[in-house]
Design a protein around this ligand. Structure first.
Ligand code: 5GP
Ligand code: MG
Ligand code: MG
Length: 183
């Protein structure tokens, strides 16, 4: 679904599907170069990172494996609490492996901070983060993010895997919603 298909829901399109793909192509090339000849396991965080994982992995020119985690961040509506529960754990043992976490968006960074300390305790060979979007507040968090698609303003966005009340994940573009949609 494109923003123009249901245009009345959106305030502003931040990035078109094409802009997302162009930026992802650059990030994929960076990852290819950094992991050249190395083992690489991409860890996608469900559900939001499904689109990023699918596109990023296909834009890469080198081999990688994929695994998934589902976590739930307690807290209501559009705010993160940092209290995280693992709903689905990895299938693979990551001990001694190069792990790259693939995220949709980092807002406060609280979810990621929990995830990183959890994964680090499993003693991977290396652990890095890739996120499609990052908001300004995330910078305050101590987790270092190696690959960033776009730094975006502190606004609630939907599309490209990101939902509002489970909708808009299948929007190919990334957009802000009109205020009346929240009501
Ligand atoms: P954090 O713990 O970094 O504050 O929040 C991370 C999670 O909150 C993301 O994985 C995502 O599920 C949700 N989130 C944060 N900002 C946004 C946003 O702008 N739009 C949507 N749809 N979800 C967001
Ligand atoms: Mg996420
Ligand atoms: Mg969500």
């Amino acid at each position: 679904m494109r923003a123009t298909d249901i245009g009345q829901d959106f305030e502003q399109v931040l990035y078109t599907s094409q802009q997302v793909q162009e930026r992802l192509t650059e990030v994929a090339a960076q990852i290819d170069a950094d992991y050249r000849g190395e083992d690489l396991l991409l860890v996608g965080v469900l559900n939001g990172a499904v689109m990023v994982m699918a596109d990023l992995s296909r834009l890469m020119k080198s081999h990688c494996e994929m695994d998934w985690m589902a976590i739930s961040s307690y807290g209501s509506g559009t705010q993160s609490s940092g209290v995280v529960r693992i709903l689905k754990d990895l299938t693979n043992d990551i001990h001694g492996r190069n792990v790259l976490v693939v995220e949709d968006i980092i807002d406060t960074g609280l979810t990621l901070s929990y995830l990183v300390s959890n994964l680090r305790s499993r003693e991977p060979k290396s652990l890095e983060i890739m996120t499609m979007f990052r908001k300004p507040e995330a910078i305050q968090n101590d987790v270092e993010v190696k690959y960033i698609g776009f730094d975006i303003p502190d606004e609630f966005v939907v599309g490209y895997g990101l939902d509002y009340a489970q909708r808009y994940r299948n929007l190919a573009d990334v957009a802000t919603l009109k205020p009346e949609i929240y009501r």
